[in-house]
Ligand binder design. Structure first.
Ligand code: V47
Length: 369
């Protein structure tokens, strides 16, 4: 890689020692993370993150032809930020049958889908037999579709609901066709925030323990952080470093996705005065992640939550993945996301190329298609 005159892009002198570390591939500390949030020099921070991104991935930006599907919105956990959940007596409440899912995936618009990403509510009526049947029938009908299912908290919930250990539940799901897991449900690990934004949701240790079990069994997962609500920079740095620490031990995280809090139709924004995240905040989250998470290969800019235009620019702030086509997204849109429900392969490629990056279609494990 050609020498990169990184310090030339930095106007906040306090960042220069961090730039030195980045150039020497040295790990950043908790205090460095706090400075990355405190410094007004977004350009300098972006340049450092971009240096790392170019070192790792050159000008490649990945995307996947994916389908979002939630098998149920019935949820007995009550996350204050969630606009998707429904109680069983809500007219919006639903559970998809296996036949519903197979019928949906048979539609022509799903013909090129390579990844089925399913996260849903915590529904006490669903147990292991439902999932085994679901996964077997999907894989029988669509062997080319990669099954990426369950947040870590969902897996813990459905294992307990089935009277099984997480290990036994996961082994049976994998035997039925589960191949990897999405990164949701992590929210913010710090207990003083977690207990305000998702009262009663399992604590951070559960999320981390289940991720470790998945990784130990060769099942890759992603990881996320929900930002832009009542958390402070120190909670974000703490969250990212806990992810980094687990990754040092397991190497099982494929990608990290910062999730910008969507403020509509949920209790959290009715309880606290919270504004929607801004462009500079969203870009900073991508850049800080690229700099602190030195052991997680991919950083996604999730266009659904930050807009297509900003995701495109985020490619210059450390992101090397724009997620996927999605077809029909519910969780962010019910909470007010103004982005489209889906982007076509051509639209994604155009966004990537127009910013002078190289679009690479991938499968869920980052094999190039
Ligand atoms: O688990 C819920 C979060 C997650 C809101 O792994 C909200 O590739 C913002 O996990 N505002 C679902 N976020 C999305 C998710 C995801 C997205 C993209 C890629 C991947 C991946 C995973 O969204 C939930 C929760 O953590 N969420 N409500 C909200 N109002």
């Amino acid at each position: 890689m050609p020498a990169f005159p990184l310090p030339r892009y930095i106007s906040d002198e306090r960042l220069l020692p961090l730039a030195d570390k980045v150039l020497r591939k040295e790990r950043l500390t908790f205090e460095d993370g706090l400075l990355l949030y405190a410094s007004p020099d977004l350009t300098g921070i972006g340049a450092m993150a971009q240096h790392v991104r170019l070192r790792l991935h050159g000008r490649k930006t990945y995307y996947v032809q994916s389908r979002r599907l939630s098998y149920t919105n019935i949820c007995h956990t009550h996350c204050q930020f969630c606009a998707f959940q429904a109680k069983p007596d809500d007219p919006r409440a639903y559970v998809l049958s296996v036949e519903d899912v197979v019928r949906e995936l048979s539609k022509p618009e799903n013909a090129t889908v390579r990844e089925l990403h399913m996260t849903s509510g915590h529904n006490p009526k669903l147990k292991i037999d439902y999932f085994e049947d679901l996964f077997r029938k999907i894989k029988a009908a669509f062997p080319q579709i990669h099954l990426k299912v369950f947040t870590m908290i969902e897996m813990d919930y459905y294992a307990r609901n089935s009277g099984l250990s997480v290990e036994a539940f996961l082994d049976r799901c994998v035997a039925a066709g589960l191949e990897s897991c999405p990164g949701g449900g992590a929210e913010i690990f710090a207990p003083e925030i977690r207990e305000k934004i998702c009262i009663g949701k399992k604590e951070a240790n559960t999320w981390l323990r289940v991720a470790e079990i998945c990784h130990g069994r060769g099942i890759s997962t992603n990881c996320t952080m929900l930002y832009g609500h009542i958390e402070q920079p120190r909670h974000r740095v703490d969250h990212l470093l806990q992810l980094r620490e687990l990754q040092d031990r397991t190497r099982g995280f494929l990608a990290y996705i910062p999730l910008a809090y969507q403020i509509e139709d949920n209790e959290l924004s009715r309880t606290y005065e919270i504004h929607e995240t801004t462009g500079t905040q969203d870009l900073r989250e991508v850049a800080v992640a690229r700099l602190l998470l030195d052991n997680i290969p991919h950083i996604k800019a999730y266009w659904v939550m930050i807009t297509e235009g900003l995701a495109q620019i985020a490619q210059n702030y450390g992101a090397n993945d724009l997620d996927g086509t999605l077809i029909e997204e519910e969780i962010a849109h019910l909470a007010g996301a103004k982005t489209p429900q889906f982007l076509s392969k051509n639209q994604l490629e155009r966004l990537i190329r127009a910013a002078d990056f190289e679009p690479i279609e991938r499968d869920n494990l980052y094999n190039e298609m």
